[in-house]
Write a protein that binds this ligand. Sequence first.
Ligand code: KG4
Ligand code: ZN
Length: 339
Amino acid sequence: MDNVITLAIETSCDETSVSVLKNGRQVLSNVIASQIQQHKIFGGVVPEVASRKHIENINQVINKALLEANVTFNEVTHVATTYGPGLVGALLVGLSAAKAIAYALDIPLNGVNHIEGHIYANFIEDINLEPPFLSLVVSGGHTHLILMKDYGVYEIIGKTRDDAAGEAFDKIARALGLSYPGGPEIDRLAKEGNKDAISFPRAYLEEGSYDFSFSGLKSAVLNHLNSKRMKGENINRADIAASFQEAVVEVLTEKAIACGKEMGINTICLAGGVAANSRLRNMLSKRCQEESIILKYPSIKLSTDNAAMIGCAGCYKYIKGFKSELDLNAIPNLKIGEG
Ligand code: KG4
Ligand code: ZN
């Protein structure tokens, strides 16, 4: 590979992010304009607001990313952009900008699957990491155990049958009166609580299944809150946060470890926004150590949505000779392995 400069764009949800990378794994800039403050007042992401904010931000974020990387448009070799899954109006903003740049500079474009991007954050964090490995992808919209066999080659071993892990964190945070996004708030509050205070259910499902389910746990926490309120009893939010978090993290950890052992895979890579959870990192690190499994996880900035991970995934497509056409459309429910 000879000095491939990738300009990458990510606008699938509530972060407008642009990154410039050299040869796929060296991040020259990774600018993230977060809309969290705009969505906080609504308690969640409002799709129309997200699209409008992306439009307002995109050109400035592109210019800032180029400036910080000390790269001009003419030095860019290749453009990468998220084209799904995500909010369609939000995705279209980044996709349109990427197409315009690719067309104007007459350089190749690659559409990237957002979930795939999350896994690639690990390649940036550890420049020596190579597949195969098992990836536990836990984000606001997804909970997957994926075997990454090679670059761009995946086998889904398990996934959630209902809520995603991050979605469960956000919903329980809301019920506890915490602000959006709930995951980091629960992570913080749980540190003040007792994880063994309440025994919430762990859904391991059928024996041998690597699927997940968080809706039963969510109902159990909501029922606990309602019953306390109806009885007029004191609600210890920190204990509830810690006990809920423990139930989620324990299932994620034990399923990932069991899967790694059964498949004889000795490396697990965490990915997605929930990979930022301190308890998940601790418990998984401890269990991996006990089982002689190597654990990798990206820094917090590379765990949550960012364009650098999209650029890394896009660059590997480019190197393999893939190229998206300029009529590429946004696919809100794009599955991994489909593109
Ligand atoms: O990957 P991401 O930034 O966006 C999606 O692709 O969905 O993930 C966002 C999710 C949100 O549900 C957020 O609450 C959760 O990641 N999250 C966390 C933490 N930081 C972010 N969940 C638990 N603990 C955290 N520290
Ligand atoms: Zn994401």
